[in-house]
Structures are given as C-alpha cells and as structure tokens.
Design a protein around this ligand. Sequence first.
Ligand SMILES: NC(=O)c1ccc[n+]([C@@H]2O[C@H](COP(=O)([O-])OP(=O)(O)OC[C@H]3O[C@@H](n4cnc5c(N)ncnc54)[C@H](OP(=O)(O)O)[C@@H]3O)[C@@H](O)[C@H]2O)c1
Length: 312
Amino acid sequence: MAKSKVLIVGGTGYLGRRIVKASLAHGHQTYVLHRPEIGVDVEKLQMLLSFKEQGAHLVEGSFNDHQSLVDAVKLVDVVICTISGVHFRSHNILLQLKLVDAIKQAGNIKRFFPSEFGTDPAMMADALEPGRVSFEEKMVVRKAIEDARIPFTYVSANCFAGYFVGGLCQMGRITPSRESVVLLGDGNQKAIYVDEDDIATYTIKTIDDIRTLNKTLYLRPHENILSQREVVELWEKLIGKVLKKYTISGEEFLASMKGKDYAEQVGVTHFYHFFYEGCLANFEIGEEGKEASELYPEVNYTPVKEYLKRFL
Ligand SMILES: NC(=O)c1ccc[n+]([C@@H]2O[C@H](COP(=O)([O-])OP(=O)(O)OC[C@H]3O[C@@H](n4cnc5c(N)ncnc54)[C@H](OP(=O)(O)O)[C@@H]3O)[C@@H](O)[C@H]2O)c1
C-alpha cells in the first residue's frame, strides 16, 4: 500500500515542527500549510524553507480563505492539525471548525488528526473552571468531525516531557532544581510523560494503521507512567543528592489561583487534575482506544530517566 500523503496544519509550532520531521523521516509525501498571515515572521519563514529543503511541499492557505483550505486538503490523504491550544502561548482550538468544513467539502480525506495531543477530553466532563475550556473546545471539534463523518484518530499524548519532566512536575518550572522540590499533595499520583519527538513518531506511525481508525491512540509508554515522587527520585539518583521536599495541599494549590492571570489559572486546574487526582492514568483504555507502545513496540521511546540526563 502506498504511504499516505500528509498535510500538517500548524507545522511551524512546538509540536507541529516535530510532526513534519517525523513525516519526512517515515517517507510520507509531506505538505505544510504556509499561512500568509505570518507576515514578516522571519523565523517561521526560515523554518518553512528548511522544511522545503528537507523535501516537504509548502502549500499556501489561510483560515480566512475557505477555498484555500479546501485546495490544500485536496492534495493529500491525511490531515494532521497541531494548531495552538495552550493558553499561556496561544489558544485557537475552535478555528479548526473551519478546517473541518474544508475537509468535509473536499471529501477525499482518509483520516484527520485534530489538535489534541494531551489529556483525553472525553474523560474530563467534570473538569474545574477555568481549565475545562481546553477540554470542552476539543470536544466541540470532535463533535463536528464525527457529525461530518470524517474518519479520525485522536491522539492522547498525556504530559509533554518538555513541560513536565524538566521541572519535576512543578508548575512554572521547566528545569530541575538541585536543591528542593515542591510536591503536589503526597506526590504519589501517577502521570504519564512523553518526549515530544516520540509523540510525533507515534502519530506518524499510526496514520495508515487501520487499528486506530476512528479511535483514540493513547500514548502510555510503560516506563514513563510515574508519580511526581518517582520522577524526583530518578533525578536524585542522577545528581547523587536528595532534594529538600516541601508539600502543597490540594486546597492550597487551588487557592494559589487567586491573583494569577487567566492562562495561569487554566494551568493550575490542569495540574490539579493531573497530580492531585491522577486523571491521566486512573482509567483503563476501553474499546474506543489503543495504546501506542503496544501497537508499535519497535519505537525506542525516551524513558524519563534518559530525558533527565540532558539537565546534568
Ligand atoms: N500534553 C501537553 O503537555 C501539551 C503541551 C503543549 C501543547 N499541547 C497540545 O498540543 C497541540 C499543539 O500545541 P503547540 O504548543 O505545539 O502549539 P503552538 O506551538 O503554540 O502553535 C502551533 C501552531 O498554531 C498555529 N496558529 C497559532 N495561531 C493561529 C491562528 N490565529 N490562525 C492559524 N494558525 C494559528 C501556528 O501555525 P503556523 O505554523 O501555520 O504558523 C502555530 O505554529 C495543542 O492541541 C495543545 O493543546 C499539549
């Protein structure tokens, strides 16, 4: 079977650039949306040109021009969208409804991957305000995809390692201290961490795999299902030192929202669900899902203990 042609929307983003790289590395004809709105953002342009040098095709298209999206979509078999969805960067999840309309009109897409790549939003119906918006909007996009009968795969990537492992699961930190750490509650709730390049590899691996058609692909690399305490212990072993530990209760953590800006408040509620409630790992994958490291055991994912070595 010929490898699917792939369009990546959001290809210059934090995750998107890795998906472009993985798509090229796996031999897919790779198309990247080039939005005229980038104006004179020279770094974005340089990145797009470097994708082109590596063999990608750049396609002009804008969310403000429906026909341009339809034309871009018609060039390929699979669309992967990695549009922004983190409040402290930018948040444009609902713009994807325009992409869904374009895919519906084009009528040729074998699979669409909307911008998810985090917590499974279907599991978050009881999420706290204000962070629940992240899950609600991703569910709105899911509904539009399913109403339009567009074939899909949702990727639940859990915690990006770059945001969570380096900072030893502390909010507002992305590098590990050699002195102390604040434990969230008892620090024993399990979460799941995935290197962003591995997220891209698993995503590309699955685009032509019938087993994940119309399903959620959960990324749960076995060695990376760890509590905050276990992440801290791995770091302590690497540096040969025990960190001083402080604890913040769930009530105090939620109360810390007061005085924070909206984006930070969203972050607080997400961290609360991950590290006080254990929402990432506290459910079994059902009929509607598949686990990536089981489907693709050949992927040498990065274990957390290896990931942490970059900070030595
Ligand atoms: N699980 C986790 O820990 C975690 C962490 C971070 C993100 N995520 C998820 O991963 C996904 C991607 O996030 P990211 O951080 O990689 O995103 P990002 O780097 O902030 O942005 C990705 C792309 O979104 C596009 N974009 C932004 N504003 C736009 C607009 N107004 N119109 C059209 N396109 C726009 C841009 O695409 P162009 O290339 O076209 O300019 C940008 O490169 C999101 O769903 C997010 O929720 C998960």
